[in-house]
Design a protein around this ligand. Structure first.
Ligand SMILES: NC(=O)c1ccc[n+]([C@@H]2O[C@H](COP(=O)([O-])OP(=O)(O)OC[C@H]3O[C@@H](n4cnc5c(N)ncnc54)[C@H](O)[C@@H]3O)[C@@H](O)[C@H]2O)c1
Length: 345
């Protein structure tokens, strides 16, 4: 058989195709993310540390590489390459942009390049919705007052995933340093028909004190919430932006992460708590531990979920998108992408 017959065709999948493949599939994606956490917890994955590329001339910007390999039925390797340029928001375009490369399990050949800001936001929101569900089971009731601290694209996706997986709220609180962002998110909530009252809070304290489920989705580089008393009512906290909480708050809480070694890096709040105490005793377990019943949660302490964000989730959602687009015969294949296919010409 000629060598070229074993080289997979290379396809490019646009953001429009990604969005179409994922639209209305929130429940399936949450199940896929749960299955992926389970696979990762069982060791059927390779997920090395993310690499942060930073620039002396653009100190607030970064590009992160997340290489990963996943087994199970998905069986694919790959790399997410995601930029964060916060100044973009002032120019009217999203902060983050990304591509995902999928590599063939048998030959290693890349076989797809997908627009990945949507995949990244989707897997992040699916993980948050899964965590909200599993980390509130022990309470016997779902929190009915939600507060969003930081109201950009990720907050919007998390709200969409919560609503699509059956969450309703009596009260929705909104707080953002930028009043325009808070107002934009509020009008998104109104247009999406979210039931209940919507309140824009001018302080983080008011928002936290009046929420049972607090979603952090800011771009804070270091802790700006430092008062443990704001959490006296023990809310469930989805600490998606990872660096908002002072270590003192982490130390008073039950802490759930996605992957312990990943989360103890890059000055996340749990990493700061580790640096302060010299140990990891404040960690309660992983989300997989809770799902598997290996870890029980207290009902008299704040529970904080800090997900570092695993490349295996991007791969799982990216492969789902690829399979959907292929099934609909919509792959844009780049003919002749791999051209030099004979070793000796
Ligand atoms: N853990 C994960 O897996 C994961 C995945 C994707 C994104 N994220 C993180 O989610 C965060 C949000 O991403 P996004 O794309 O929505 O960003 P975005 O820039 O669209 O929105 C962030 C919002 O936070 C607001 N903000 C910044 N500092 C604040 C503060 N101290 N208090 C209140 N509001 C504040 C900004 O004004 C902005 O409106 C980022 O930190 C990103 O790194 C985490």
């Amino acid at each position: 058989m000629p060598i070229s017959s074993t080289v997979p065709p290379f396809a490019v999948i646009s953001g429009g195709q990604v969005q179409e493949a994922l639209a209305g599939r929130e429940k399936q994606i949450v199940e896929l993310v749960e299955a992926t956490y389970r696979l990762h917890g069982a060791g059927d994955s390779v997920n090395p540390p993310s690499y942060f590329l930073r620039f002396p001339d653009r100190p607030t910007a970064r590009i992160i590489a997340l290489p990963a390999s996943i087994g199970g039925d998905v069986r694919v390797d790959g790399l997410k390459w995601i930029s964060s340029f916060p100044q973009n928001v002032d120019a009217g375009i999203p902060r983050a942009s990304a591509v995902l490369i999928l590599n063939d399990h048998d030959t290693g050949y890349p076989f797809a390049c997908l627009e990945s800001s949507i995949i990244s936001a989707t897997r992040t929101a699916a993980s948050a919705a899964l965590a909200a569900d599993r980390l509130s089971h022990h309470l016997g009731r779902r929190p009915a007052r939600i507060g969003f601290l930081g109201t950009g694209l990720i907050a919007r996706y998390i709200h969409t995933f919560l609503a699509a997986t059956g969450w309703t709220f009596d009260q929705t609180g909104v707080h953002d340093l930028c009043p325009r962002s808070a107002a934009g998110f509020r009008s998104h909530l109104e247009q999406s028909g979210a039931p209940g009252d919507i309140t824009v809070h001018t302080s983080a304290e008011d928002l936290i004190r009046s929420s049972d489920l607090v979603v952090f989705a800011t771009i804070a580089a270091e802790p700006h919430v430092t008062r443990t008393a704001w959490f006296d009512h023990h809310p469930l906290v989805l600490h998606v932006s990872l660096r908002d909480l002072a270590p003192e708050i982490i130390l008073e809480s039950a802490n759930i992460v996605d992957d312990i070694d990943h989360c103890m890096k890059a000055n996340t709040s749990p990493h700061l708590a580790e640096q302060l105490t010299g140990n990891r005793d404040f960690l309660t377990g992983t989300l997989d531990d809770v799902i598997a019943g290996r870890t029980a949660l207290p009902d008299d302490r704040t529970v904080v979920f800090s997900p570092f964000g695993l490349g295996v989730l991007d791969l799982a959602v990216g492969k789902y998108v690829y399979d959907e687009v292929a099934r609909n015969d919509q792959l844009h294949v780049i003919d002749d992408f791999f051209h030099e296919l004979r070793r000796h010409g």
